[in-house]
Design a binder for this molecule. Structure first.
Ligand code: FEO
Length: 395
């Protein structure tokens, strides 16, 4: 595949992974695959920005050869240690053993603990520059976005930001740029990526974007390490990130539940009727039959969450338990949540879910509703009312 020139003397040499369906140890369902983006800048000194996942190293090397012989690489910028961007580094370094690797101090430690390579490593800090001849790179540390080692690289003149994982999407496509793909699908994948990876780090995202804005650097292009490159309107994704990171929401309720013999599911549908009657958008997900990655994406802009489960062994059902464990780590702010469910004798699911909500830092918990066995007519009639009461609390 020819390496596309994204700007004069700057080439995309990454890899499109069409078939990957699970990422981060099955925590992210990559139903549209992904890309591992790497870039070559040709100048008096040649630079490779990031590599790709180890099993794709041969393809990266082939793509680099479309532009230059790998032995002519003078510098490798390691914006991030995680293996999907550094896995091919040992193979690359065999081809250009005299190249210098540049990254943060944490990157140096992390790369060593991954590959134990004896490479010439130069630690860089925010504001450090690297002259290539006509072009000069500038570095900006971005700790915990999303690992301690993370770093952005900026290329003035061409006005390109290489932020590694930030602003990426798990989206395999033959296109390289935002203006070449379906906009709704692109933003859906960008939101899914933010919700499932960066949401817990939102306060750091806001701080980093504000830091970049204060630097007043022009940005014509954002070239992340996954998915398409933002060139049509790079501000579009920056604005979206600010909204997500500030936990901006709309009047929308997500109902997530798991049911044993159907009673909790019937409650979920009746509660949703009450929310719909109140004029709010609502989406229901039976967690046992839904893509968890998509549920989390739908939660990103929703103000209200309702969680339901039948009781099993004094606890919520195991599918719900796994989902709530992931949800707890997201630490969403400014949300209202409620819990519902059915039980046979002792109960327990509702209390357990409420406990998880408190651990997740949800302060606004609506009183719960639960019924024994199959709710009768009178009990079932209380469900839409519950939905309406809940909807009244949603702005
Ligand atoms: Fe943090 Fe795409 O790896």
């Amino acid at each position: 595949m020819p390496a596309p020139e994204i700007k004069k003397d700057i080439f995309w040499v990454g890899v499109v992974d069409w078939s990957v369906r699970n990422f981060h140890g099955h925590t992210f369902n990559t139903k549209r695959g992904t890309t591992y983006n790497a870039y070559i800048i040709k100048d008096d000194k040649n630079v490779l920005i990031d590599t790709v996942y180890g099993p794709n190293a041969c393809e990266l090397i082939e793509n680099i050869r479309q532009v230059i012989e790998p032995g002519k690489i003078d510098y490798v910028i390691a914006n991030h240690v995680e293996t999907d961007h550094s896995g091919a580094l040992p193979g690359i370094m065999k081809l250009c053993p005299k190249a210098k690797v540049l990254g943060t101090a944490k990157c140096k430690e992390g790369l060593y603990k991954h590959y134990y390579g004896d490479w010439d490593f130069q630690v860089v800090k925010t504001g450090d520059k690297l002259s290539l001849g006509k072009k000069t790179l500038t570095f900006l540390e971005a700790p915990m976005l999303h690992w301690p080692d993370s770093m952005f690289t900026y290329l003035p003149g061409d006005e390109i930001l290489f932020p590694n994982d930030a602003f990426g999407q798990h989206y395999a496509t033959s296109h390289r740029f935002d203006d070449e793909v379906d906009q709704a699908l692109l933003m859906e994948e960008a939101a899914k990526y933010y919700a499932n990876i960066l949401w817990p780090l939102s306060s750091l995202v806001v701080r980093k974007i504000e830091e970049v804005q204060k630097l007043n650097i022009p940005i014509q292009m954002i070239a992340p390490s996954h998915g398409i490159i933002w060139r049509k309107d790079p501000m579009k994704i920056i604005k979206a990130y600010l909204g997500w990171a500030k936990n901006e929401t709309k009047p929308k309720v997500i109902v997530v539940y798991e049911t044993m013999w159907g009673a909790t599911e019937k409650m979920a549908h009746k509660i949703a009727e009450g929310i719909i009657a109140s004029g709010l958008e609502v989406k229901l997900f039976n967690v046992a039959q839904s893509d968890h990655t998509e549920i989390i994406q739908e939660m990103l802009d929703a103000k209200g969450y309702l969680f339901g489960s039948s009781t099993h062994d004094n606890n919520m059902l195991p599918g719900m338990g796994g989902f709530m464990e992931f949800f707890k780590g997201l630490k969403p702010k400014n949300r209202i949540a409620g819990v519902f469910g059915s039980y046979g004798w002792a109960g327990g699911a509702v209390k357990e879910i409420e406990g998880v909500l408190k651990e997740a830092g949800i302060e606004n918990i609506h009183p719960s509703i639960s019924f024994q066995y199959l709710p009768d007519k009178e009990e079932m009639a209380k469900c839409p009312v519950y939905g309406q009461d809940f909807a009244q609390r949603i702005e």
